[in-house]
Design a protein. Structure first.
Length: 206
């Protein structure tokens, strides 16, 4: 009811997160299935390296809101984005706006006066909330994003492999633990999957 009403009022699409952790053996197994069983013409593959810088999360009732900066690096090209994520239980709303490299660096440097003059609503809102909540950087991460779309099956497989946890406010130190390196998230579009099942994937990847 809440989700339906909110979508009607705001026009924003509410999505549901369903993902699970897999180990490196399972990860390699998925990659082999994709390479050996899928015709290359039937598979769309997108890989990119991603950096994300998270600011403090705010909590109100059952809702959480968090802003973060995202850098997507693919084939030498970089895209910079400001993202706001509102989460309620397993549902979330993301609002995204593109920013320039100069704007990205100025936010990190704390030079933010230009933001109140921006014509983009999300940038204006971020400026107001930086001043209101005194945001600080909470976490910096780097990961490999892999997207596989099987056209004939209409199946989308997303894998996010953690490469490095550069900073975490909770530990206040750089971290490169083995657990962090090997944690992989698997999401299958349109499937409410809470645990990894290789047999299920094999039934899809024919």
């Amino acid at each position: 009811m809440y989700e339906t009403l909110l979508q009607e009022m705001t026009g924003l699409k509410i999505e549901e997160e369903n993902s699970c952790s897999i180990n490196m053996y399972q990860y390699n197994s998925i990659k082999k299935m994709l390479e050996n069983k899928i015709n290359k013409l039937d598979l769309i593959n997108l890989n990119m390296e991603v950096h994300e810088i998270y600011f403090n999360e705010t909590i109100e009732g059952n809702n959480t809101e968090q802003f973060y900066l995202k850098v997507e690096k693919r084939k030498g090209n970089k895209k910079f984005k400001l993202i706001r994520k509102i989460k309620r239980e397993n549902h979330f709303i993301k609002t995204i706006t593109k920013i320039s490299r100069k704007q990205y660096l100025s936010i990190l440097e704390g030079s933010i006066e230009w933001m109140k003059r921006s014509k983009k609503a999300l940038i204006n809102e971020f400026y107001c909330k930086i001043n209101l909540f005194q945001y600080k950087i909470e976490k910096i991460v780097k990961y490999l994003y892999e997207k596989f779309y099987i056209k004939s099956q209409k199946v989308l497989i997303l894998m996010e492999t953690d490469l490095e946890k550069i900073y975490s406010e909770k530990t206040r130190l750089c971290s490169e633990s083995n657990d962090f390196h090997t944690r992989v998230q698997l999401s299958i579009q349109g499937i409410n999957q809470t645990s990894y099942q290789e047999s299920y994937l094999e039934s899809i990847i024919k």
